[in-house]
Design a protein around this ligand. Structure first.
Ligand SMILES: Cc1cc2nc3c(=O)[nH]c(=O)nc-3n(C[C@H](O)[C@H](O)[C@H](O)COP(=O)(O)OP(=O)(O)OC[C@H]3O[C@@H](n4cnc5c(N)ncnc54)[C@H](O)[C@@H]3O)c2cc1C
Length: 422
């Protein structure tokens, strides 16, 4: 059986309907990009009474927001002590803000009744080897010191929760959970429209400039003049004439999903519905969806030469973790691009007067993207940057970004081809 593409497109409970921009419009705020960042920004700004136009080159969730694993993580990949070293004067507030970010996501889902399969039963960071357990102990120590509801699980409890003895232990974080990511992105967009924002899909920005105190955004069907601009195009930035997202490392991550599994099988596999990822160098993710599919993920692209290698690895991995599922076909397989900055911290970039971009969540964009988008909107509508999670930077540079992205794909393909375990 040939696997279809993105599962989230087949199973999203939310849908929206918009038309491309036609004609010339004015607004307080123009948002470019319809992922978590852009939709959250549009929702917050419209909710505050601003007139908002959001344009999306394809459809809402076309980028990382409609392709990801759906882990609503608390905090970033980078552990708190490292963040403190990198941003000594900003770390405390930033870490606290992102620790609370999953609660904000689940509050929005509740408030706007977003149909996106929300499960808030924690996430499990799984130790793929004894060395991984040392990493988890270190992360646990740092998070517990901040008062986070985290717990280290031994191999037996990890086995009971995951249904596999493939892991040495786990770090359980009860702040976190999972969503159907495309449903969440579309739900934010629907809520933004409900709050008065105008959304135009199939409307790429082709030129952006600031002139006479106003942002001028050109699209194929019309123009937008706005007092403020948010650029939320991240790893899917489609270049245009004007200020853009600086080059960052952009590796791909893929997922493969089984058909819905029988109830009896599911009783033993992730019965609590935790979302999981492991400590391996070429990380593996595991989760279930509402229909009872098992979804495995890892670095690698489904749109490059390594597709067959990655899928063969996923079949072996599924059988190794869950022998009862050996030979189970994947009905869907897809991938997406992740924007990784050199220090794995997101950036807020100043584009010009009342113009900001946010990018580089480095694989942790559901909760941070929601928070960053809302904060950027708030700053631009209110005129005060005090509430931004990070101070804006005037530029960003990651050397050899393209080469490093290609290197990750090559490395993942090699690891998956040889079955090596790091
Ligand atoms: C496979 C994968 C797995 C991941 N897993 C997780 C996870 O489990 N948990 C987590 O928190 N994060 C995860 N992430 C990261 C997360 O998905 C991203 O950080 C997040 O989606 C970024 O959202 P965004 O709104 O900033 O950008 P995007 O969702 O990428 O949206 C950018 C949008 O801008 C549009 N655009 C681009 N150029 C233009 C233009 N010129 N004009 C108009 N529109 C334009 C694009 O079409 C796109 O829709 C994962 C990412 C991937 C790819």
């Amino acid at each position: 059986m040939t696997a279809k593409g993105n599962l989230w497109r087949d199973s999203a409970g939310e849908s929206i309907s918009t038309v491309p921009l036609s004609g010339d419009v004015t607004a307080d705020l123009c948002v470019i990009g319809g992922g978590f960042t852009g939709c959250s920004a549009a929702l917050r700004a419209a909710g505050a009474g601003a007139s908002v136009v959001l344009i999306e080159a394809e459809t809402v969730g076309h980028g990382g927001s409609g392709r990801n694993v759906g882990l609503v993580n608390a905090g970033l990949w980078t552990p708190p002590e490292e963040i403190t070293q990198l941003l000594p004067d900003q770390a405390a507030g930033f870490i606290a803000r992102l620790g609370e970010a999953p609660a904000e996501v689940f509050r929005l889902i509740e408030r706007h009744q977003i149909d996106c399969e929300p499960v808030r039963n924690g996430t499990l960071h799984l130790a793929h080897a004894e060395a991984g357990m040392a990493d988890l102990r270190n992360r646990h120590r740092q998070q517990a010191a901040l008062g986070a509801p985290v717990r280290l699980l031994d191999a037996a409890e990890t086995r009971a929760r995951t249904g596999t003895d493939g892991f040495h232990g786990a770090l359980l974080d009860m702040r976190a959970g999972t969503v159907q990511p495309l449903g969440y992105a579309r739900g934010l967009a629907r809520a933004a429209i409900g709050a008065g924002a105008r959304l135009h899909e199939m409307t790429p920005a082709t030129a952006v400039r600031h002139e006479g105190g106003t942002w001028h955004v050109t699209t194929p069907g019309g123009t937008i003049r706005a007092g403020a601009l948010i650029l939320a195009t991240n790893a899917y930035h489609r270049p245009f004439d004007g200020p853009g997202v600086p080059p960052v490392v952009i590796p791909s991550f893929f997922q493969a999903a089984t058909a819905p599994l029988p109830e009896a099988t599911l009783e033993a596999i992730l019965p609590g519905g935790e979302g999981c990822w492991d400590t391996g160098l070429v990380m593996t993710s595991v989760r279930r969806d509402r229909a009872g599919r098992l979804i495995l993920g890892a670095f690698g692209s489904m749109e490059a030469a390594g597709r067959g290698v990655h899928l063969a690895w996923a079949r072996r991995k599924l059988a190794a973790l869950y022998p009862a599922l050996a030979g189970q076909a994947f009905t869907h397989a897809w991938s997406g691009r992740i924007a990784m900055t050199g220090d794995h911290l997101p950036k807020i970039l100043r584009l010009g007067p009342r113009g900001l971009a946010a990018f580089g969540y480095s694989g942790r964009g559901i909760a941070p993207g929601t928070v960053f988008g809302a904060a950027l909107a708030e700053a631009l509508v209110s005129g005060s940057e005090d509430g931004l999670p990070l101070r804006p930077v005037d530029g960003h540079r990651d050397g050899f970004a393209g080469l490093r992205g290609a290197w990750i794909e090559t490395g993942a393909t090699l690891v998956h081809a040889t079955g090596a375990r790091f």
